[in-house]
Design a binder for this molecule. Structure first.
Ligand code: AMP
Ligand code: MG
Length: 496
C-alpha cells in the first residue's frame, strides 16, 4: 500500500539534480530517542510510531511504504574555498511528507550509508554527532529558532571508524527542505548555469509562493529576485536570533545555509558559557572564521555568493543584473541590524531600541567579557532583577554579579524608567527572550558519553528539560548552572 502523504517532487527533477540512494542496513538497531510530539505534528501513521517498523526503517534496514530514497547534489564554499561538487554524502532523503494542514517537509536519514556523493566517505555517523544534533536542534526549536528537527536517533550496533572506533547511529532529520545555497551553486558555478532556472523555480514554488502573484506568468527574473530578497531577509533574521542566544554555528559554509531559512548542520556548534566575542568551538576552525562576532558578516558574504549565482537570470542585461543583486545584498546589514536590535530590546526589557541604547548595551557586553560572566545567566539575572524575583529563583546562587555589572545596572534601570510602553508586557517579553537553560556543552558531552555506553537516560533527560527553556523548574540549580573549570569544554568536533 502506498501512503498518500509521501511526495517526491524534487526527485522528479531526476538527474543530474538527484541520484537514487538506498540506505545500507544496520546490524542491530536500537532506539536512542524517539520524538513523539514531532511524529504527532507530522501526522505519521500509528504503525510507524516508535514501532519495530519505524526502528528498522529509520536504521536503514527497510523502507517505509511510499518512500523513494534519493541523494541530492550540491556544491559550496567551505571555509571560503569553492568545492565544485559535494552533495548528500551521508544523508538520504526518504521523500517529502505532507503534514496535516498541507505543509510539506523533507524526511531524511543522516548516517545511513554511502550515496553517489559520498566522495570516499563512509556515509556513516557516530553516536556522538547524532546525539548532539538531536539535542541541539530540538532545543533550538523550543527556544523558538527556525531549525531542522530531529524525529529519531537510532543506534546501528555497527562500528564507525574515525580517529578511534566509535558506535554508529542514524539521525532522522526533518526540514522544510534541505535545499541550500550550495544547491544553486552547483548549477550556477559547476554546471555554468545549466539547470539553474529549474531549481530556482522549484524553490520559489515550494518556499515562497505567497510572494509571487501568478507563478506561471511571472518571468524567471521576477522569481529570482523574490528568492534573493526573501532568503536574504530570512537569513538575516536567523543569524540575529542565533546572536541573541549566544549560539555559535561553527561551520557556516554556503552548503550549510538552507534556502528555507532554517538552521541546519549541528556539527561543531555550541552555545557559549562565558561571554566572548571571539568564541569559537570548532576544532577545525583554526582561523576563527566562524567565531561568534563574525557570524553576521559571514552570513552577508554567503548571501553575496548566493546573489552571484542568480546573476544569469536576474535580468537579461548583465549590468542590470549586478545592480539588482547588489541592491539586495547591500540591504543585509540593515535587515540584520533591525532584527538584532529588536531582539536586544526584548532581552533588555526596552520598549524600543533607541539610538543611545547601543552604547549602554556595548558596556554591558564589555563588562561580561572583562569579568568573564556567563552570557545566559547574566541575561536571566537582569530579567529576575527587572521582575523583582531574584529570591524566588536559584539565580543568586548561580550567578555573582561583579562590581562592574552592579554599577552598570544603575544606568540600565535609569534607561528603563524612560520606557513609554506597558512595562508588564516588556517584562513578559524579557522572560521569553532570556532562557533559564540552554544546551550547555558540558551537559551535551555527558549525554553523548552515556549514549556511547548504551545509556540514553541523560539524553532523554536533556531533551525533556530543554523543552521549556524559559521557565524555572525545581531542580534547576544543576540545569541552569554554567560549567565548573573542570567541566568546561572549549572544543567541539565536526560530525564527519
Ligand atoms: P558537513 O561538514 O557536514 O557540512 O559535510 C560536508 C560534506 O561532506 C557534505 O557533502 C557531506 O555529505 C559530506 N560528508 C560528511 N561526512 C561524510 C561521511 N562520513 N561520508 C560521506 N560524506 C560525508
Ligand atoms: Mg552540511
Amino acid at each position: 500500500m502506498t501512503n498518500l502523504s509521501w511526495q517526491h517532487s524534487y526527485a522528479k527533477l531526476g538527474a543530474p539534480y538527484v541520484a537514487q540512494a538506498d540506505p545500507e542496513p544496520a546490524t542491530r538497531p536500537s532506539w536512542l530517542a524517539w520524538n513523539e510530539s514531532l511524529a504527532e505534528s507530522l501526522g505519521l501513521p500509528q504503525t510507524w510510531r516508535h514501532s519495530e517498523i519505524a526502528l528498522e526503517a529509520l536504521a536503514g534496514n527497510s523502507l517505509l511504504d511510499g518512500s523513494e530514497p534519493i541523494a541530492t547534489v550540491y556544491a559550496g564554499h567551505q571555509f571560503g574555498q569553492y568545492n565544485p561538487q559535494l552533495g548528500d554524502g551521508r544523508a538520504i532523503l526518504l521523500g517529502e511528507w505532507e503534514k496535516p494542514g498541507g505543509d510539506i517537509v523533507d524526511i531524511q536519514l543522516k548516517g545511513a550509508g554511502q550515496t553517489p556523493y559520498s566522495r570516499g566517505g563512509d556515509g556513516r555517523s557516530p553516536v556522538g554527532p547524532v546525539v548532539r544534533e538531536y539535542l541541539l536542534s530540538e532545543a533550538m526549536h523550543a527556544l523558538g529558532v527556525p531549525t531542522t528537527r530531529a524525529l529519531a536517533a537510532v543506534a546501528t550496533g555497527d562500528k564507525v571508524y574515525r580517529n578511534s572506533v566509535e558506535p554508529g547511529a542514524v539521525l532522522t532529520r526533518v526540514a522544510s527542505s534541505h535545499l541550500r545555497v550550495g544547491s544553486l551553486q552547483y548549477f550556477a558555478m559547476t554546471q555554468g548555469g545549466d539547470g539553474l532556472g529549474e531549481v530556482v523555480n522549484y524553490i520559489v514554488r515550494r518556499h515562497y509562493p505567497e510572494f509571487i502573484e501568478a507563478l506561471d506568468e511571472n518571468t524567471p527574473a521576477t522569481r529570482a529576485q523574490v528568492l534573493l530578497e526573501q532568503v536574504t531577509r530570512r537569513i538575516a533574521a536567523l543569524v540575529a536570533h542565533w546572536q541573541s542566544l549566544g549560539f555559535i554555528h561553527g561551520v557556516m559554509n554556503t552548503d550549510n545555509m538552507l534556502l528555507c531559512g532554517e538552521t541546519v548542520d549541528y556539527g561543531p556548534c555550541a552555545f557559549m558559557d562565558e561571554f566572548d566575542n571571539d568564541a569559537v568551538f570548532s576544532a577545525i576552525d583554526t582561523q576563527g572564521r566562524y567565531r561568534y562576532a563574525n557570524q553576521p558578516g559571514v552570513a552577508h558574504w554567503n548571501m553575496s555568493v548566493f546573489a552571484s549565482c542568480l546573476l544569469p537570470i536576474l535580468h537579461e542585461n548583465q549590468d542590470q543584473s549586478v545592480a539588482i543583486a547588489q541592491a539586495v545584498v547591500d540591504e543585509f546589514p540593515r535587515w540584520y541590524t533591525e532584527a538584532y536590535q529588536a531582539r536586544l530590546a526584548l532581552k533588555f526589557g526596552l520598549d524600543a531600541f533607541r539610538p543611545d541604547d547601543q552604547a549602554l548595551i556595548d558596556d554591558f557586553y564589555k563588562t561580561l567579557c572583562n569579568d568573564r560572566l556567563d552570557y545566559t545567566l547574566a541575561h536571566r539575572w537582569l530579567t529576575e532583577v527587572a521582575t523583582q524575583s531574584t529570591h524566588q529563583s536559584p539565580i543568586e546562587s548561580l550567578f555573582n554579579a561583579s562590581e562592574g555589572l552592579t554599577d552598570w545596572l544603575q544606568e540600565w534601570q535609569h534607561r528603563r524608567e524612560k520606557n513609554r510602553a506597558d512595562t508588564a508586557e516588556s517584562l513578559r517579553a524579557m522572560q521569553r527572550a532570556n532562557p533559564v537553560v540552554i544546551p550547555r556543552n558540558h551537559q551535551v558531552a555527558r549525554a553523548i558519553a552515556a549514549a556511547e555506553n548504551g545509556d540514553n537516560t541523560p539524553l532523554l533527560a536533556c531533551y525533556e528539560r530543554w523543552q521549556t527553556p524559559f521557565d524555572w523548574q525545581t531542580d534547576d540549580s544543576d540545569w541552569a548552572a554554567g560549567p565548573s573549570d573542570q567541566e568546561r569544554i572549549t572544543r567541539t568536533f565536526c560530525g564527519t
